[in-house]
Design a protein around this ligand. Sequence first.
Ligand code: CTP
Ligand code: CA
Length: 223
Amino acid sequence: KEESSPRQLLKDKKVLITAGPTREMVDPVRYFTNFSSGKMGYALARAAKRMGADVTLVSGPTNLSVPEGVDVKYVVSTQEMFDAVMREYGSQDIVIKCAAVADYKPAVRYNSKMKKTNEAWQIEMEKTVDILESLGRKKEHQILVGFAAETDNLEEYAEGKLRRKNLDLVAANDVSKEGSGFGSETNELLLLHADGKKKVLPLVSKDRAAELLLEEVSELMGR
Ligand code: CTP
Ligand code: CA
């Protein structure tokens, strides 16, 4: 039986969601990444679709299957995610950056497999582009939502990201906490708005957390 559909709060809105980790190659067989499963981003894509949105999902590598009716663009590196997001940005009403983007990448990418030697291997890392910060600088009509993954000083760090990246809303989660970390089936989000409004969501399934976050976002529309 069909699951009951939520209110069509995002009817005909264009929503872009990024999900999963990004991956930075050092040679053809090795890469740097993080523990993101993509579950929260995919839950957001499904929930936005159920709420009537036209959804584009820009996804890093995950084991998840494509949500029905969602336009998925697969990417691997941070630069690829940046390019895909920038291509779509102008036409979007809402952008939610749920992806756990790699902060650093190897300064050199080798074209053939590095062979081991008797020496230690030092890898120089350089910063990746901050996709969300770039979106914040280019923001026009869009509602821009970021995530903040923290292990300490949750509210203070999340607030800093909200301001620095010119966001309308940040969803903060303590990734060191049982039930809200990477790979978990559940999440406990703290929502901070640009206008200072604050909301603590309960510990719920990622599907429910996605719905609650999107309801909050829908209230920002038409302001
Ligand atoms: N983000 C991004 N591009 C990056 C890094 C992060 O778009 N290169 C986005 C994430 O998708 C998320 C938000 O910025 O929506 C915050 O990511 P997070 O890793 O929590 O914060 P950082 O700004 O990277 O700072 P730090 O990792 O040091 O806490
Ligand atoms: Ca980061």
